[in-house]
Ligand binder design. Structure first.
Ligand code: BJW
Length: 249
């Protein structure tokens, strides 16, 4: 049984505005590999950081498209876990919670979270590589990579690659939520990728209490007010039952 610091559960109960930033670690217990952990099977020989760039796609569109098609298949076969579900319950109990996610797997949406900002796009969305316009998702069994029906260019996954801008409206809302919140939770992210990694620091500068949930230390750890070392799927349900002991989970 995990016992969380009373000062933290009290801060959570009292908070009017909470911002939550999640990364790949929250989906790990669903069976989705994190971004920086070694890949398995066919993809073990590739470094995700080398595949998730426009340059990699331009150099080898089939390779990069197939990697995303493989990940879509993997994500379709898994379910949201206790960590995702605990965040849904937290949203229902708190006056205002903004869920900012770097994940492209859609598991927060599938769990039932409502106020979500997806900073790095959506694994299941498709865009024209040349015109950057959204198009209808294509069948993963069709020829790869597919072509844009309008201009004939390659289609690409609707995610944000290294060197690309994040969706402006989502980033703006995430920064506003980080600057305004009293409590900021950073969950399951290595805190390495910017501008998302800047958000807890923005919250710190604005006077918020910052809490990290992660089995491993990150560059944020030494700055956070509370570091809860462990798996999100264990800590988040404990947080819920200890902060709101009289409410059904
Ligand atoms: C658990 C767990 C459990 C395990 N429970 N936890 C400032 C300084 C330096 C560089 C830059 C900067 N500003 C911009 C940059 C460049 C770049 C960047 O940040 N590079 C860094 C690598 C240094 N950023 C960009 O290019 C961004 N664009 C941009 O800023 O545009 C303007 C600009 C461009 C160029 C220069 C300057 C300005 C775009 C970033 C897009 C990131 N996209 C990706 C791919 C998405 C599509 C896909 O999935 O394929 O997003 S990269 C990848 O990293 C993915 C993730 O969302 C993101 C974050 O990873 P995350 O979620 O933290 O996962 P992991 O695997 O790293 O960590 C998992 C964690 O979980 C670990 O800590 C585990 O311990 C933990 N864990 N089990 C809880 N059960």
């Amino acid at each position: 049984m995990i016992t969380l610091p009373e000062a933290f559960t009290q801060a959570l109960r009292a908070a009017q505005r909470v911002a939550v930033l999640t990364g790949a670690g929250i989906s790990a217990e669903s069976g989705v590999p994190t971004f920086r952990e070694a890949q398995t099977g066919l993809w073990a020989q590739y470094d995700p950081q080398q595949l998730a760039t426009p340059e990699a796609f331009q150099a080898n569109p089939k390779l990069v498209w197939d990697w995303y098609a493989w990940r879509r298949k993997l994500v379709r076969a898994v379910e949201p876990n206790l960590g995702h579900h605990a965040l849904v319950s937290l949203e229902q109990r708190l006056p205002h919670l903004t869920l900012i996610t770097q994940n492209v797997d859609g598991l927060h949406r599938r769990a039932g979270s409502r106020n979500i900002l997806e900073l790095h796009g959506d694994l299941f969305a498709t865009r024209c590589f040349k015109e950057n316009t959204p198009v209808e998702p294509v069948d993963d069994n069709s020829e790869t990579p597919p072509r844009c029906a309008r201009c004939g260019s390659w289609l690409r996954p609707g995610v944000v690659w290294f060197g690309e801008s994040l969706p402006a409206a989502e980033l703006h809302q995430a920064e506003a939520a980080a600057a305004r919140c009293e409590l900021f939770l950073s969950i399951g992210t290595s805190s390495l990728v910017y501008p998302a990694a800047e958000l807890p620091f923005l919250a710190l500068r604005s006077g918020a209490t910052v809490v990290e949930i992660n089995p491993q230390p990150t560059p944020l750890s030494q700055h956070a007010h509370f570091v809860l070392q462990g798996a999100a799927g264990e800590i988040l349900p404990a947080l819920l039952s200890q902060a709101f002991p009289d409410e059904p989970t």
